[in-house]
Design a protein around this ligand. Structure first.
Ligand SMILES: [Zn+2]
Length: 722
């Protein structure tokens, strides 16, 4: 419920001048800070830098001021170095600088943590395997993130997520509650864990050294903040296990387990075990133990969602006490004061009847329960999850692949989408994707992938501004997207969702390598054929998707071999065909087209499909109104791209319109210079009262719309008809 100031301030010098900082070690265990300015326009700049070093408790240790002067010349560079600072007793520093323009007083501030510890060399020992294998064998597995690269739309958004969001994270505020309890906000403790999991996925995918250095020091600080008894929270002793304390431990388990799984760094796992042990002794039904339901909000659903990382802790340690704790959670749900997650779903079939209906916390529990099913094979656990999934998809899902309004599941088909409706919390979108990911892994069923695709291409990417990396907590389909750059739960969840995208692009469905999304990309994997040949397979995908369905996949194999390659035929496409060496394979929508043949290096699969525009109905909340969907993407009308159209036909006037066609304009002249994304669609609109007047209405993907601060509309008035 927290909506901050709008992030687009007035244009100032920092829009034209970029600043890069580097902190590097010097020989005497000190460090030196350099700031590099680049003039991106031909403006002059005259400013003052105030540089400061503080200890972990923000006590100032050193300050220095320097002047900066840039010539009015595009590409002009200027570098400033600050004195070598040699630590005395401390080894953790908050290094900050504020740059102020002398004329306008417009300033930019940055602060980061620096560890002056030469011992911090975290070697990567590999990716450890789980100790306990799942009883339910996965029918879908993704390939390692290292083995793929995305070169298209999704790839560019993942790059923005790294450059604009993760590398610019506010490190001190993400960790301050651990360096010195209490944190600055009751749930500020959750961000470091979410960050670490996100960073691990992005690092595996990119191998980015800057990110590895950053995540190493953040992880190191977190692990070293753990108390002797295993407590790793942001509360003072009198307030342990209240409010969002278990919740923060949940995210620390996620983050440190992710770090361990990505690097094999044992101290991260040990910290998780100490947290797990503390939770197991603190909570339970035995004398002297606390009730987990009372340790958090939303009828205990916040605290009990520690279930998922506890399942993972059991998998990576094999220690039965963690599995027992998972079953204790299931019992706690059904206590007199519990949310009745399983029994209410079985009895009513509706998520609105579970607990207090809070979407993020409930979905987090669903993710854990589904994971517990994978490990134990207990069929009783899966049934309620399939009921919940069906209920959400049928009754509570927005066309952009999110759910919830004011953070709660709403009554059937009530899907308000205005800026006051607080729809589609970012955390809900990401957790909905995770829930579908679990179900996809178990079943290999494309219907779960379809939901993931819808969420990723619309609400997930729509919640992170590709220009600034800022995130909108709620992202309405109508009106401005309220992007903010300060830390909120969603500001850590949305990047986490984006970092998961490589799970869903290519993988093995029932042991068959399957192309699931058609963006330009490259994939590598090793497979064993039926006749026991081991083949190194790589696929190079060249594609015009998401603008068009012209795709060429070049197959490279280490030896000629017979094996199948599957191509997903999405439900939204038409006339899907694949051809290899002149042989045509027709596809059936909503299924996999399998091409089983003798493959040799250099074979090309030519894939063609149409992406028709679908007209969606506004339903109960927008009766008679329509929205356009093209492939997986919902389109939006952005006011800033339609000034001419609005001058002629302000929507309020309501003449009769007809939309004649919708064309992809490769020429992106309708988009402003700084716009990220190059899809733009023009619809020819006829005013029926004046047939001569035709006007071009510009639509862009909802995920791109609103990035320059314009009001948007996904639901368009009923007088626009086809
Ligand atoms: Zn949130």
């Amino acid at each position: 419920m927290y909506q901050g100031p709008y992030s687009f301030g007035p244009v100032q010098w920092s829009d034209f001048i970029s600043v890069h900082d580097t902190l590097s070690e010097t020989a005497n265990n000190g460090f030196i800070t350099k700031l590099k300015f680049i003039n991106n326009r031909d403006v002059s700049f005259d400013g003052t830098i105030k540089y400061s070093i503080a200890d972990r408790n923000s006590k100032e240790l050193y300050t220095q001021a320097k002047q900066v002067k840039l010539e009015p010349q595009k590409g002009y560079k200027f570098e400033v170095a600050f004195n070598n600072y040699v630590p005395v007793n401390e080894n953790i520093f908050k290094v900050g600088y504020q740059i102020t323009e002398n004329n306008s007083a417009a300033s930019v501030r940055s602060e980061r943590l620096y560890l002056a510890d030469k011992q911090l060399k975290i070697e990567v020992a590999g990716e450890p395997k789980p100790v306990v294998e799942n009883k339910i064998k996965d029918l879908f597995t993704s390939i390692p993130f290292q083995n793929q690269q995305q070169h298209g739309y999704l790839g560019s958004r993942m790059t923005r997520n790294l450059e604009e969001r993760l590398l610019k994270i506010d490190e001190p505020r993400t960790l301050d509650g651990y360096l010195q309890q209490p944190g600055h906000h009751p749930w500020a403790g959750e961000h470091i864990g979410k960050y670490l999991e996100t960073a691990c996925n992005v690092w595996k995918y990119t191998g980015d050294k800057r990110l590895k250095t950053q995540m190493d020091r953040m992880m190191y600080e977190l692990v070293n903040s753990q108390l002797q008894d295993g407590y790793l929270g942001t509360y003072i002793p009198a307030e342990y296990w209240t409010s969002w304390d278990v919740w923060s431990h949940k995210y620390n388990l996620y983050g440190l387990l992710a770090y361990y799984k990505s690097t094999g760094y044992k101290p991260a796992l040990d910290a998780c075990k100490r947290m797990g042990d503390l939770l197991c002794t603190t909570f339970g039904n035995k004398q002297g133990q606390r009730d987990l339901i009372l340790a958090g909000t939303h009828l205990g659903m916040a605290a009990t969602s520690v279930l998922d990382p506890m399942v993972e802790l059991y998998k990576y340690t094999g220690e039965k006490k963690y599995l027992d704790f998972c079953y204790y959670i299931l019992d706690a749900w059904e206590q007199h004061n519990g949310p009745k997650i399983i029994s209410a779903l079985l009895a009513t079939g509706k998520v609105t009847k579970v607990g207090n209906g809070k979407a993020y916390e409930m979905l987090s529990n669903f993710v854990g329960l589904t994971n517990l099913y994978r490990v134990t094979g207990n069929e009783k656990l899966l049934k309620p999850m399939l009921i919940a999934w069906k209920d959400i998809v049928t009754n509570r899902l927005y066309i952009s692949g999110t759910t919830s309004s004011h953070e709660y599941f709403q009554e059937d088909a009530i899907l308000p989408a205005g800026s006051n409706d607080n729809m589609g919390e970012g955390c809900v979108t990401t957790t909905w994707i995770q829930f579908n990911q679990q179900l996809l892994a178990i079943t290999g069923d494309l219907k779960f992938l379809e939901q993931i695709e819808k969420s990723v291409y619309n609400h997930l990417l729509g919640a992170e501004n590709p220009e600034t990396g800022c995130v909108s907590y709620y992202t309405p389909l109508m009106d401005q997207k309220p992007y903010t750059c300060y830390i909120t739960c969603c500001q850590s969840s949305v990047p986490r969702g984006i970092a998961m995208v490589p799970y869903f692009t290519f993988g093995n469905i029932k042991n068959v390598p399957t192309v699931m999304m058609y963006e330009p990309a490259s994939y590598k994997e090793e497979l064993t054929t039926l006749d026991k040949k081991i083949v190194n397979l790589s696929l190079q995908v060249e594609s015009g998707f998401p603008e068009n369905g012209n795709v060429t996949i070049t197959v490279t194999t280490s030896q000629n071999a017979i094996f199948p390659i599957a191509l997903r035929v999405p439900a939204w496409c038409r006339s899907f065909t694949a051809s290899v060496e002149g042989k045509l394979y027709p596809g059936t929508v909503n299924s996999c087209l399998i091409v089983d043949r003798l493959w040799k290096s250099g074979d090309k699969i030519k894939v063609r499909f149409e992406i028709p525009v679908q007209i969606l109905d506004g339903g109960k909340s927008y009766p008679g109104q329509i929205a356009f969907q093209r492939g997986p993407q919902v389109l939006a009308f952005d006011n800033t791209l339609n000034t001419e159209f609005l001058k002629k036909y302000p929507f309020e006037l309501g003449p009769e319109f007809r939309v004649d066609d919708l064309q992809s304009e490769r020429d992106t002249k309708s988009l402003p210079e700084q716009w990220i994304g190059n899809q733009v669609y023009a619809a020819k609109v006829t005013c029926l009262n004046n047939k001569v007047a035709k006007q071009s209405m510009i639509l862009v993907p909802f995920a791109d719309a609103g990035q320059t601060g314009g009001a948007i509309k996904v639901w368009l008035p009923q007088y626009i008809t086809r």
